[in-house]
Design a protein around this ligand. Structure first.
Ligand code: ADP
Length: 368
């Protein structure tokens, strides 16, 4: 059974339509991440579910109950926000107990205490029960916020950029912890983040939002391998997306030379035989490269030129060399996309200015 059912939801602020006719279901025990650039409507979605924003149209149902007319604190939600929103005048245990005191059906004190102890153990903070909130590290405060949100066993846990304020290492560690905790507790959660890495690591399914509308919904692997549009591909962080309009997140776009070149747009659709031919994605995993050590003055054949790129920049990232290179011909591995900037990974370090010959696994190429 679906835990959360959102039908035809629109949210407006005056003239601005923050969410437009949105439909989404989250099954019981499922973690769904909502991702998208700033201003796409992520917070509006959470606020509408929480009852903090009126619905311009549509409905939201949780565990079969229409939430219209139900006050925020009676909606059976657990909320965890980026800024923790912990109470500074209460210690760790009292912060966790707060959610239990707010419940409609009050529990006996001893039962509440036992539940608080259980939650603190779950998040690994049993030693810090009496500590003041001011004396916690960022990661500890985040765990207290999680324990507080989970304490009343909410029907739906809503996470709004929960790890946004933490450093990279701590984020990775907490993502792993959250993942095993959610699996153990069979939590149903809606997780909002601008960080696709965090979303992919935690979620069973991801929803990509743009301008208040859903662009794609699917398992992380499917959305990554088969994005529905150039926008989704770029937002997920694929660097080799050529055509399909410009994007803030794609630095290679400005010099791709595609957007104002109608001829190559035609060529794209001819060459790839699918999609509308307006954009193409070449995942990094589809590109293999090797050095071309031949003398520079030796004549390159047309076929060589088609596979040839010149190294422009090399960065060492996660054990591999991330290489930014420029294609030499106007055709790259039988695709009329160039001259374009190509990003690829190599085990061996190439020299800036050197020539590489690249090969594409065409099965991984996506045309939009
Ligand atoms: P996100 O959380 O993805 O950054 P939001 O839901 O905050 O997006 O915002 C969606 C759209 O609604 C944006 O265009 C934003 O400017 C607008 N918006 C959000 N809150 C308000 C508000 N209180 N008044 C007017 N416009 C708002």
């Amino acid at each position: 059974m679906s835990e959360l059912v959102i039908e035809n939801l629109s949210v407006r602020y005056g003239e601005t339509e923050a969410l437009h006719d949105l439909n989404l279901e989250v099954a019981s025990g499922e973690i769904v991440a909502v991702i998208g650039p700033s201003g796409c409507g992520k917070s509006s979605l959470l606020r509408a579910i929480a009852g903090l924003e009126p619905l311009a149209s549509g409905s939201i149902t949780l565990e079969g109950k229409d939430l219209a007319g139900i006050a925020t604190h009676e909606r059976d939600l657990g909320l965890m926000f980026q800024d923790h929103a912990l109470f500074p005048h209460l210690n760790v245990a009292d912060n966790v107990a707060f959610g239990l005191r707010m419940q409609k059906q009050k529990q006996k004190r001893a039962k509440r205490r036992a539940r608080v102890a259980e939650l603190l153990e779950l998040v690994g903070l049993e030693e810090l029960a009496g500590r003041s909130i001011d004396a916690l590290s960022g990661g500890e405060a985040q765990r207290v916020a999680l324990a507080r949100a989970l304490a009343p066993r909410p029907g739906l846990l809503m996470l709004d950029e929960p790890l946004g304020s933490l450093d990279q290492l701590l984020r990775q560690q907490l993502v792993a912890e959250l993942w095993s905790m959610f699996a153990e507790l069979e939590v149903t959660a809606l997780h909002v983040t601008h960080d696709q890495g965090e979303a992919f690591a935690l979620a069973d399914r991801v929803v990509v939002l743009r301008d208040g509308e859903i662009q794609q919904v699917g398992r992380p692997v499917d959305v990554w391998r088969d994005p529905s549009s150039a926008f989704v591909a770029r937002f997920l962080g694929h660097p080799n997306v050529w055509g399909g309009g410009s994007s803030e997140s794609d630095s290679s776009q400005s010099d791709s030379g595609r957007s104002d070149d109608s001829n190559s747009s035609d060529s794209l659709s001819d060459d790839n035989g699918s999609g509308d031919g307006s954009a193409i994605l070449v995942p990094i995993s589809a590109i293999s490269a090797r050095r071309d050590d031949r003398e520079l003055d030796s004549a390159l054949s047309a076929a060589d030129l088609e596979r040839s790129v010149i190294v422009q920049q090399v960065q060492f990232i996660e054990g591999r060399f991330r290489v930014t290179a420029r294609s030499e011909g106007s055709t790259l591995c039988q695709m009329n996309v160039g001259p374009v900037t190509v990003v690829l990974d190599m085990i061996d370090e190439p020299e800036v200015g050197s020539r590489l010959l690249i090969k594409l696994d065409h099965r991984q190429v996506v045309a939009f």
